[in-house]
Write a protein that binds this ligand. Structure first.
Ligand SMILES: Nc1nc2c(c(=O)[nH]1)N[C@H]1C(S)=C(S)[C@@H](COP(=O)(O)OP(=O)(O)OC[C@H]3O[C@@H](n4cnc5c(=O)[nH]c(N)nc54)[C@H](O)[C@@H]3O)O[C@H]1N2
Ligand SMILES: Nc1nc2c(c(=O)[nH]1)N[C@H]1C(S)=C(S)[C@@H](COP(=O)(O)OP(=O)(O)OC[C@H]3O[C@@H](n4cnc5c(=O)[nH]c(N)nc54)[C@H](O)[C@@H]3O)O[C@H]1N2
Ligand code: SF4
Ligand SMILES: [Mo]
Length: 799
């Protein structure tokens, strides 16, 4: 059995540029292999990599998993969460029955009673306050069919714009960075580009801990012949950064200054592809003018890294012929998120490095099904990448759903998550249904969120598989079937779609979200123009067929991607059509981008102010297939560090836990590997405050405070890191709110993507107790860090 706890990435299987990534099958079984009765094809839902796996079943229970050798994503490999995470579903404290709050207490009820409460309140709110008082906050972890059902209920049935996913906290910036540059969402590249590249540029992406199997692929190139060069931009010396040729440990929040300087270096040294720029882009002159203000010395001051390191990184980028860049939360959740993410696109456009093997940018995903929230219209857009400002698009959607065009809210952009919560706090939204997310731990400024969710004036329905900090505040709790207990599709970060089959029955009375949503639509009598059911489906497959038909001709065309095609496949990348039945490896190979006015997903924004472009303005300057280069100046953070709060807190992930730990805290191997909250400090910041390794410290911001043992491994003075995994559900006193990182974070969002800024919060530190009194965490991620070997040339380029 594979051990992915102490050996996170497993044995190296090096391969050369252009070679095939060797197979390596990882397996974890609780019983002897010959006792397994069935292997059910699926894919892992514990990150956006989407590794193919088979679920082992015996005696009506899941008894293990095995990586699928034939899957294009992982070639058999699984990481720590993928290998061990399945055990969570079997924990004894799964939610098994609906609950209804009676006299202040949640009590067990049957489904009919629970659903009657939900629909009675929905009808009352609709009758009294209209559709704008109804809201839905969903996930990045359900299946595509479930999101599509939600989009149809909210946008086509109830007629509210208040439907958003926690994808807003996750990859809304990926979505918008792609739309702003290329006219549509959808990552252009393929994981096979890693097999071909000569340079890897990772911006705010700790892939070694957050997509361990993707890192295994990168490591196998780094260990093989013709090792690609690796540049990592991250304030911390992460496991990823340790392997870098050039690590740029920039000050949090300064991505735009750095990227502008890199662009400036490329332009001054004539490392640009003029022919590509002339033929396939617009906006280069403006970019050149803007980045001229960012010589390396100036950016070095802003970013707090030596100018020579910036020049060296630019040199490597300039010398590369096949560049793969990845962008994730160090950009998306940092200051100027979309502006920065777009500059990475620009880097590829000025170098002409897109749409061919080994040359692409990944605006990465995080959650396993976040891509589907974006495609199905559950994350602040219309389904199938239809443009809410384009009347022809709205009409097409209305016809497909057979509803009146005016029913579909399209007078303003769909409401984003933090705006939904603001309106809940103000009382304009009176009904909120949360599915598959735990905002009482994952949203910023938790004191405020708890007050909002706990408010008397809000009727709160929560669908989850476990009791959580959020279900504790609900009026109705609906027990959900999880992965392995239901069937549906999802799409990973390189557009690979998997069909995950139901392997076992859910526990107790738990039901799939899909079944519950159909029941809701039925009970609410949501109908189309002809009085027929608005959701005329019985099985997830019916919804999928409806959805893929809607995508026909759109950039995310999946019209050929039936269950039939997906069943048992090793993952298929969209677009998948009659003419491309096996899917499409790369987008934009002809360098024609979906920017034409009639085709694009959105007319875009000003990157600095977030001002929405209008149809007329866009049509007048129709890019008509050219990629759009958009420039932005660096702006200092809105709440800078000062004398009272002199340090910057940045938050993120460790390798063993998944988000708010509802799954991973219930898996012995993973929980034992990182059982307790911790904060990482730079030794200099610790010593000036007399803090030693393991001492209990208090971290305070203007919004709240937490207490945790200190780990002295920070890599940039002035930066404190806290994982956001630890909440309160497993605490002895769940009402003592001194552990979750989001007690400290601020309610601020990016002007374009509306993604919250989780990575730059001014804080101060106080020592509370010595190590003996405070207790050091038993294990942090040290095994992962210790296991990181260092394939990079020992060079002077790392700080
Ligand atoms: N083990 C594990 N894996 C996961 C998840 C999990 O919970 N656990 N969650 C999944 C999900 S949903 C997501 S979204 C992804 C997230 O995956 P990542 O984005 O890789 O993870 P984070 O730790 O949130 O942030 C990445 C890095 O950004 C750096 N950073 C902070 N501020 C800045 C900045 O201003 N600039 C730059 N350049 N870097 C900065 C941090 O130091 C951190 O190392 O992980 C996915 N995979
Ligand atoms: N400070 C800080 N905060 C962050 C981040 C950060 O880096 N720093 N990252 C942000 C990001 S990128 C993300 S993605 C979010 C994640 O934040 P959340 O979405 O709140 O995190 P999860 O713990 O994954 O919550 C998912 C919930 O869905 C439940 N669930 C699982 N499967 C199903 C199902 O099939 N049906 C239903 N109904 N429920 C199910 C789980 O039990 C769990 O309670 O956190 C964000 N918050
Ligand atoms: S890399 Fe992601 S998808 Fe693959 S096994 Fe690990 S958690 Fe699952
Ligand atoms: Mo995420």
């Amino acid at each position: 059995m594979a051990d992915r706890i102490s050996d996170v990435w497993g044995k190296r299987t090096p391969f050369p540029a252009g070679g095939t990534w060797p197979l390596r099958v990882d397996e974890c079984l609780a019983i002897p292999q010959d006792h397994v009765e069935r292997w059910v094809p699926s894919a892992c839902v514990l990150c956006s990599n989407g590794c193919g796996l088979d679920i082992a079943v015996a005696d009506g229970r899941i008894v293990g998993v095995r990586g699928r050798a034939e899957d294009r994503v992982n070639h058999g490999r699984l990481g720590p969460k993928g290998l061990f995470g399945w055990q969570a579903g079997q924990s004894r404290d799964r939610l098994r029955h609906p609950q209804l709050r009676v006299d202040g207490t949640l009590r067990r009820v049957d489904w009919d009673t629970a659903m009657t409460a939900v629909t009675d309140r929905s009808r009352a709110v609709l009758a009294e306050h209209g559709p704008l008082a109804m809201a839905f906050y969903t996930s990045g972890q359900l299946f595509a069919e479930e999101y599509y059902a939600q989009a149809r209920i909210a946008r086509g049935g109830i007629g509210t714009p208040h439907l958003d996913g926690n994808t807003r906290l996750c990859t809304a910036t990926a979505e918008w960075a792609l739309i702003e540059s290329f006219g549509s969402d959808g990552d252009p590249g393929s994981y096979t580009d890693i097999d071909h590249c000569d340079t890897l540029f990772l911006v705010g992406h700790n892939v070694a801990e957050t997509q361990t199997v993707l890192w295994a692929r990168m490591l196998d190139r780094l260990h093989g012949p013709d090792r690609p060069r690796l540049i990592v931009v991250d304030p911390r010396l992460t496991a990823t950064a340790r392997a870098a040729d050039v690590h740029l440990p920039i000050r949090p929040g300064t991505n735009v200054a750095l990227l502008n300087a890199l662009l400036q270096e490329l332009i001054t040294n004539d490392r640009i592809d003029r022919a590509f720029l002339d033929a396939h882009t617009t906006g280069f002159e403006d970019l050149a003018r803007t980045v001229a203000d960012y010589p390396a010395e100036h950016a070095a001051e802003i970013c707090g890294v030596p100018a020579r390191l910036i020049r060296r990184a630019a040199q490597l980028l300039g010398e590369s012929h096949r560049l793969v860049s990845t962008v994730l939360q160090g950009v998306y959740q940092s200051h100027q998120a979309t502006a920065a993410a777009v500059q990475v696109n620009n880097l590829h456009l000025v170098r002409g490095m897109i749409g061919r093997p080994g040359a692409t940018v990944f605006q990465m995903n995080g959650q396993p099904t976040a891509e589907n929230t974006r495609e199905t219209g559950a994350n602040g857009s219309l389904p199938a990448y239809l443009n809410w400002q384009n009347d022809i698009h709205v009409r097409r959607l209305a016809e497909h759903w057979n509803v009146d065009e005016q029913r579909i809210p399209h007078w303003s952009p769909p409401t984003h998550a933090l705006e939904i919560f603001r309106q809940c706090a103000e009382g304009t939204i009176k009904f909120l249904w949360i599915t598959g997310t735990n905002p009482a731990v994952s949203l910023p400024e938790l004191r405020r969120i708890r007050a909002t969710l706990g408010s008397e004036q809000l009727f709160l329905v929560v669908s989850d598989a476990f009791p959580t900090e959020t279900t504790a505040l609900a009026d109705v709790v609906l027990p959900a079937a999880m992965w392995g207990e239901k069937t549906g599709c999802f799409t990973n970060a390189d557009r690979t779609v998997h069909l995950s089959h139901k392997a076992v029955e859910p526990p107790g009375d738990a039901r799939s979200d899909f079944a519950v949503l159909l029941d809701y639509a039925h009970r609410m009598h949501l109908t189309d123009r002809d009085g027929k059911p608005l959701l005329p489906w019985h099985q997830p497959e019916d919804a999928w067929n409806d959805f893929i038909e809607l995508t026909r001709g759109r950039p995310c065309d999946q019209s050929g991607l039936t269950y039939e095609r997906l069943r048992g496949s090793g993952g298929i990348q969209w677009p998948c059509t009659a003419t491309a039945p096996d899917g499409t490896e790369r987008l934009y190979t002809d360098h024609v981008f979906p920017t034409a006015a009639g085709h694009c997903e959105d007319y875009g924004h000003d990157l600095t102010t977030g001002a929405q472009r209008e149809a007329g303005e866009y049509q007048e300057n129709d890019p008509a297939g050219r990629a759009v280069i958009k420039a932005a100046h660096y702006l200092p953070p809105h709440e800078p560090a000062d004398e009272t709060y002199p340090l910057y807190l940045t938050t993120g992930r460790g390798v063993y836990h998944w988000h708010t730990r509802t799954k991973t805290a219930r898996v012995p191997e993973l929980n034992d590997a990182a059982p307790e909250m911790w904060v990482e400090l730079h030794p200099d910041d610790a010593h000036t405050r007399d803090i030693a390794e393991g001492d209990l410290v208090r971290v305070s911001s203007r919004r709240g405070e937490i207490e945790a043992p200190a780990v002295l491994c920070g890599s940039r003075p002035g930066v404190v890191f806290a994982p956001f995994h630890y909440g309160y559900f497993d605490q002895t006193d769940p009402d003592r709110h001194n552990r979750a990182a989001n007690e400290l974070t601020r309610t601020e969002w990016d002007p374009v993507s509306k993604q919250p800024v989780y990575k730059v919060t001014p804080v101060r530190l106080t020592k509370l107790a010595d190590a003996e009194a405070g207790g050091r965490p038993v294990v942090v991620s040290e095994p992962a860090l210790a296991a990181t070997d260092d394939p990079a040339d020992p060079s002077e380029e790392r700080q």
